[in-house]
Design a binder for this molecule. Sequence first.
Ligand SMILES: C[S@@+](CC[C@H](N)C(=O)[O-])C[C@H]1O[C@@H](n2cnc3c(N)ncnc32)[C@H](O)[C@@H]1O
Length: 276
Amino acid sequence: MKKPIYNSAPLPFMGQKRRFVGEFKNALRQFPTATVFVDLFGGSGLLSHIAKQEYPKVRVIYNDYEDFRLRLLNIPRTNILLADIRNFIGKSILKNGRLPKPLHKQILDRIKADEQTGFVDYITLSGSLLFSGKYATSFEEIENQSFYNTVRQADYSADGYLEGVDTVKQDYRELYDQFKDVPGAVFLVDPPYLSTEVGAYKCFWKLADYLDVLKILTGRSYIYFTSTKSQIIELIDWFTRTQFDNNPFDGAERREYNVTINHYSKYTDIMLYKQV
Ligand SMILES: C[S@@+](CC[C@H](N)C(=O)[O-])C[C@H]1O[C@@H](n2cnc3c(N)ncnc32)[C@H](O)[C@@H]1O
């Protein structure tokens, strides 16, 4: 039987590299002597999946730091839940239409029942019930949101998706240390977005974390992903052109003011002052 090829993750996943699939394949072809691909920030496993399709004989390590496999394993359960929700909604509500209160409650009760007997994939549910782009990761987060009829009609399936791929779950630094001296190792490096955008991730990434990742690239084969939002390339260009003799903020007084935009988005305004 022919193996299915996925050009996007089989379940909704924010930050998956589906737009890069074509270019990623081209990039992979530049590493014909690779002995192992180490997907340090595996996410949905899409890059691992593609690496395995391109190089079936080469070892591929998928770092499933946020337990995406648990979501894959629970696809049958998620499909049943979504089928029930489709039945509740029936044909009465137009596509994308907002669900009325009684239906909202009926769906929440059904979700609660699943919560009491095992795993609930809130991210996938979000894709089928919440306004486009919104994500919830728990019952508490989803219960106060408005629901819309965006329920997917077809069942989800991930047959063969991670076949032949080795899954681990480690901090990327530990995994890197295990493979850094392996000849022919190629690192796939797609770190989380900077802290302002980490809504659906269970972590909080700051600039220093981002810069730490860059240290592991030196002298190693890699395929690295970033975006202009992080301005990391601009920052590194600047630092390699310019050097500070000392830290201009040394000895400065610092005052802070916390700003909350919404549940996911908070930041701190900072004032620094110094008299010489
Ligand atoms: C941008 S996503 C990767 C997306 C992936 N390339 C894809 O196509 O689906 C970054 C991932 O890094 C994970 N992550 C966060 N902190 C990590 C750490 N310290 N070590 C390894 N992975 C981490 C996050 O949970 C998230 O899944």
